[in-house]
Design a protein around this ligand. Structure first.
Ligand code: NAP
Length: 500
C-alpha cells in the first residue's frame, strides 16, 4: 500500500507540504522538508561506517534480498508503474526483471575481490639509492550517495536501479530523490528495500527516499555536506544545474550525470546500396520504441544524398506513418516534444505526414530531412528532442560525411551501417567517432542497452558529465569507490583483501 511518505532513518514520515498525484486517484505525496533532507543525510553518514564495514558477503546477501522483495511486490508495482508512466505492462515486467537482474549482478560482482583492483608493490629494502616501502592499494566506499532516478525508466534507472545497486554494492548508503513522475512506484520499491534492510539487519541509514517536485529537495540534497557523490539520470538542463551546485560546494563532490544524446547513425554507401529500405524500416522501429523516450534513441541518420537515401526515407516514412500515437511520460516531456517538433518544422523539411495526436499526453513520430551543410550550420539541430523525432542528414560527398562526424557533440552511442566494401571509409571515420561516444555499434540500433561487464553507458559531455563513467554494467561500481594506499602498514591493520 502506498503511504505517500518519505523513508528517513528507518521511519516513514509525512510533511505538511502535500502534492497530489497526477495519475493515482486520491493519492498525494508528502514533499520532504529541508529539515527532513538534513536528517536523512545525517543518518546516512552516521551509518556509513557500519554499512561499509559489513562484509562483501553480507552486502551481496542484502542486494539479493532487495531483488527478492521486489519480486514479492507482484502486480501492484506493475499496475502503479503503468498508471504513473503510461508505459505498457510488458515493458514494465521486463524492466523489473532487468532491475532485479542488476541487483543480482552486483551481488555476484562483490562476491569476488576483482572489482577492488588490488595492487601490491612489495618492499625493496636493498634498493639504491633509496629503499622502496611496502605499498598496497585497494578501493573503499566513497560515502553517502544521492541518486536521482529517471522519468523514463521507473524501475531500472530509479529507486533500486543501477546507480542504487552499484552504490550499495560498493558499501555506500543511498538517499534516493524520488522522481515526481512516478512517486508511487518509487515508494513501493523503497518499501521493498526497507523490508530487505530489516531482514538483513542493515543500519537504518543504509537506504532512504525523499520525495519532492521542483528544485528544492534535489538542490538541498546535493549541497548537503554529508553527501559524498551523486548519480543522476535525466535532462541536460537538470543535470547541468545539479552538477554546478556540486562543484560550487565548499567541498566539491563528483556528480555522475547520464544525460541526453541524439545517437547519430552513419549509413555508409555500400550498405545503403544493398539494404537502404531495411535500414529505414529498422530505424522507424527503434525511433518509436517507448514513444522515442530513450536516451539512446537514434535521432539522426547521416548518408549520401541520392536514390539510396530516397529508398531509406520512403521505407522509414511508410513505417512511421503507420505508427499509432503513444502516451508520453509526463505533461512536461509531452509539451517539450511538441515544441521541439514545431521548432524543427521551421528549420527543416518534414517528410512524415502523421497529423496531430488526439489522446492525453499523446504524440506521433516526426521525420525531417536537411542538407549536411545546413545541419552543421544550425547547432540547435544537434540538441535532443526527447521523443520520436528523427533527422535525415544528406551529404554531398564522403568528405562532408567526415565533416559531420567532426562536428558532432558528445554522444552516448554512434552507429555505423556498413558492408565489407565500406570498411576503408569506416576505418577513416572510426578514430573520429571514438572521440565522440561511449559505445560504437555496427549494423544495429542503439536502443536496448545490455547490462553486462563490457557495457559503457556514458560519453563525452553533453551525453554525460564524466566521460570516464558508465551508469550501466559492472564498471558502474567504480564511481562509488576511491583508491587508498597503505604504506608499510602492519598486516593486522590492513583490509582483509590486502593481508598476506
Ligand atoms: P529531469 O527533468 O532532468 O529530472 C530528473 C530528476 O532531477 C527529477 O527528480 C527532477 O525533479 C530533478 N531535477 C531536474 N532539474 C533539477 C534542478 N534544476 N534542481 C534540482 N532537481 C532537479 O529529467 P527527466 O525529464 O526526468 O528525464 C528525461 C531526460 O533524461 C531526457 O533528456 C533523457 O535523454 C534523459 N535520460 C538519460 C538517460 C541516460 O542514461 N543517459 C536515461 C534516461 C533518460 P522532479 O521530480 O521535480 O522532476
Amino acid at each position: 500500500m502506498i503511504l505517500g511518505q518519505n523513508l528517513i532513518d528507518g521511519n516513514w514520515v509525512g510533511s505538511e507540504n502535500l502534492r497530489a498525484s497526477d495519475d493515482l486517484e486520491g493519492q498525494s505525496f508528502a514533499q520532504a522538508t529541508a529539515a527532513q533532507v538534513d536528517e536523512a543525510c545525517r543518518a546516512a553518514l552516521r551509518d556509513f561506517r557500519a554499512y561499509s564495514g559489513k562484509s562483501r558477503a553480507e552486502r551481496a546477501t542484502f542486494l539479493r534480498s532487495i531483488a527478492e522483495q521486489m519480486d514479492v511486490l507482484g502486480d501492484e508495482i506493475i499496475q502503479t508503474g503503468m498508471a504513473e508512466t503510461g508505459l505498457p505492462e510488458a515493458r514494465l515486467v521486463g524492466e523489473r526483471g532487468r532491475t532485479t537482474g542488476q541487483l543480482r549482478m552486483f551481488a555476484d560482482l562483490i562476491d569476488k575481490t576483482g572489482y577492488l583492483d588490488i595492487r601490491k608493490d612489495g618492499a625493496l629494502p636493498d634498493r639504491t639509492p633509496l629503499p622502496r616501502p611496502d605499498l598496497r592499494l585497494t578501493h573503499k566506499a566513497i560515502g553517502p550517495v544521492a541518486v536521482f532516478g529517471a522519468s523514463n525508466f521507473p524501475l531500472a534507472f530509479s529507486t533500486a536501479g543501477g546507480d542504487t545497486a552499484s552504490a550499495l554494492a560498493a558499501g555506500c548508503p543511498v538517499i534516493v530523490k524520488g522522481h515526481s513522475a512516478h512517486a508511487g512506484t518509487a515508494e513501493l520499491v523503497a518499501q521493498a528495500i526497507a523490508k530487505a534492510i530489516e531482514i538483513c539487519d542493515m543500519p537504518a541509514g543504509t537506504f532512504q527516499i525523499v520525495q519532492g517536485s521542483g528544485r528544492e529537495v534535489g538542490s538541498a540534497l546535493v549541497q548537503h555536506p554529508d553527501i559524498r557523490a551523486v548519480g543522476f539520470t535525466g535532462s541536460l538542463a537538470g543535470g547541468r544545474a545539479l552538477y554546478d551546485l556540486c562543484h560550487a560546494r565548499p567541498s566539491p563532490i563528483p556528480f555522475y550525470g547520464e544525460l541526453g544524446s541524439v545517437n547519430p547513425m552513419f549509413c555508409l554507401p555500400s550498405a545503403m546500396g544493398t539494404r537502404a529500405a531495411e535500414i529505414g524500416a529498422g530505424w522507424a522501429v527503434s525511433l518509436t520504441m517507448g514513444a522515442g523516450q530513450f536516451c539512446t534513441n537514434p535521432g539522426v541518420a547521416v548518408m549520401l544524398k541520392g536514390p539510396d537515401a530516397d529508398a531509406l526515407e520512403t521505407a522509414c516514412v511508410a513505417a512511421l506513418n503507420q505508427t499509432a500515437e503513444q502516451k508520453m511520460l509526463t505533461d512536461g516531456i509531452h509539451a517539450a516534444y511538441e515544441q521541439g517538433v514545431r521548432a524543427f518544422r521551421d528549420l527543416m523539411t518534414e517528410v512524415t505526414s502523421c497529423g496531430a495526436a488526439t489522446g492525453k499526453r499523446a504524440a506521433l513520430p516526426a521525420l525531417f530531412k536537411v542538407s549536411a551543410a545546413e545541419w552543421m550550420a544550425t547547432p540547435q539541430l544537434q540538441h535532443e528532442v526527447f521523443g520520436a523525432a528523427g533527422i535525415i542528414v544528406l551529404c554531398d560527398t564522403l568528405d562532408e560525411m567526415r565533416d559531420v562526424a567532426e562536428a558532432l557533440e558528445g554522444q552516448l552511442t554512434l552507429t555505423l551501417h556498413l558492408d565489407d566494401a565500406d570498411q576503408d571509409f569506416a576505418g577513416d571515420l572510426l578514430p573520429i567517432l571514438e572521440e565522440k561516444a561511449g559505445r560504437l555499434l555496427a549494423n544495429g540500433f542503439p536502443t536496448g542497452v545490455e547490462v553486462c561487464s563490457s557495457m559503457m553507458h556514458g560519453g563525452p559531455y553533453p551525453a554525460s558529465t564524466d566521460v570516464r563513467a558508465t551508469s550501466v554494467g559492472t564498471l558502474g561500481i567504480a564511481r562509488w569507490l576511491r583508491p587508498i594506499s597503505y604504506q608499510n602498514m602492519p598486516d593486522a591493520l590492513l583490509p582483509s583483501e590486502l593481508k598476506g
